[in-house]
Design a protein around this ligand. Structure first.
Ligand code: HEM
Length: 168
């Protein structure tokens, strides 16, 4: 999570808000970090950058101490457990619509296919069911809630008046 310190906001963007983590079970805040904060990594790099970076971090960031996660390219995800995972989240209060557990894998594959196609556009071939695709989907989602927030009349008016729309 990006702390409300000037140096962190300058480096990573808007500091993290509690509401951005309200549906995380368990939440992913840590007490130590080695690499950069990833809370707003979504959209910073193309999918192919993440693919190459997880396979061989030094190829994208010369001198990086990050270890390779090359097995993500080989391992397949277990979609048989998706409905049970959605149901578990529903019992914890995540507001998936009723019956969504049985539809989730369809959304999962549609999303995976978009990433597979974008990789293909950068000359990388991957099956849509590999773990790397799921990790890329996750990374590209990080921190997007605030950026993607649709304008309301109130936030549009504040925008016009030059006030912060992020709140304090
Ligand atoms: C699943 C685990 C991991 C993921 C998904 C991940 C992802 C990333 C991403 C996306 C970046 C680029 C950040 C940016 O440019 O804004 C990055 C950078 C970095 N990570 Fe990781 N990382 C993981 C594990 C680790 C581990 C275990 C270490 C250290 C032991 C590490 C150390 C670093 C360092 C030093 C950088 C900055 C240099 C670079 O871009 O490679 N990471 N990581």
């Amino acid at each position: 999570m990006i702390r409300p310190f000037r140096d962190e906001v300058a480096r990573y963007g808007e500091y993290s808000k509690a509401g951005e983590f309200v549906y995380d079970h368990p939440f992913q805040w840590g007490s130590k970090r080695t690499g950069p904060d990833l809370a707003r990594i979504g959209g910073k790099y193309p999918d192919s950058w993440h693919y190459n970076h997880m396979m061989d971090p030094q190829s994208m960031s010369p001198g990086s101490i990050m270890p390779s996660y090359a097995w993500l390219l080989e391992n397949s995800i277990d979609t048989a457990s998706t409905p049970a995972k959605i149901r578990a989240m529903q019992t914890l209060g995540v507001p998936y619509p009723a019956g969504y557990a049985d539809l989730a894998n369809k959304d999962l594959m549609a999303q995976a296919d978009v990433i597979r196609a974008s990789l293909k556009g950068d000359k990388i071939r991957s099956a849509a069911n590999k773990e790397i695709i799921a990790v890329i989907a996750y990374l590209q989602r990080m921190g997007r809630d605030i950026k993607a927030a649709p304008k309301t009349e109130e936030t549009a008016a504040k925008d016009k008046a030059g006030q912060s729309v992020m709140g304090n």
